[in-house]
Write a protein that binds this ligand. Sequence first.
Ligand code: ADP
Ligand code: ZN
Length: 212
Amino acid sequence: MKKIILFGPPGAGKGTFSAQIRDVLPEIIHISTGDILRENLKGETPLGLKAKKYMDKGELVPDDVVIDMIKDRLKKKDVKKHGFVLDGFPRTYTQAEALNNITKIDYVVLLKVDEDIIIKRILGRYSCPDCGEIYNKYFMKPKIEGVCDECGASIKFEQRSDDNEETLRNRLNVYKENANPILEFYRKKGKVKEVNYENKLTEQEVKKVLEI
Ligand code: ADP
Ligand code: ZN
């Protein structure tokens, strides 16, 4: 049972790498704070309404809100049984400390990608509304234009509302400000594994990173 943190700047490929993890560890639970927050936004829940103004600007949602959300999620049975991949959490030193008080993780996978690639990945990315498969206008179009490779649904390029240039610059800066203290926290514990993720890894390489 693995407990993994996926770490890296926005656009490093955390969603794509999660999918690669699921290919080799099919039971593991993927927990993305961004996805949970977006679901709450869409459903206009109290949590979503609280988070909206931060997300629209590319700023971090306050720690207490996100920490409570993660605490609740990590309590669930599926997570206890199958382990988890955390995608988008912790994003601040306070969140890292809070997580450390909830559970001990096995390691942090740090995805490293050059900044100009990051920008293209983010400004070009979109996903299938039916199955969630991830595409990119510049790098990874579906084999047949407008048709999802995975499920056959019809798809078109549609950006996430916070994937515009201004918000992106803000999100990259927020990442840079927070990343080092968090990485230091885990480096001291000897838990950080660096992965160059400019190209997708092979299944063999993924297994090696995950030690399985
Ligand atoms: P990206 O990694 O591309 O920036 P995410 O989907 O991870 O996108 O997050 C989208 C937005 O959700 C962030 O800009 C932030 O406002 C909010 N968010 C997600 N995770 C956290 C977190 N751990 N702490 C605070 N805010 C978060
Ligand atoms: Zn699909």
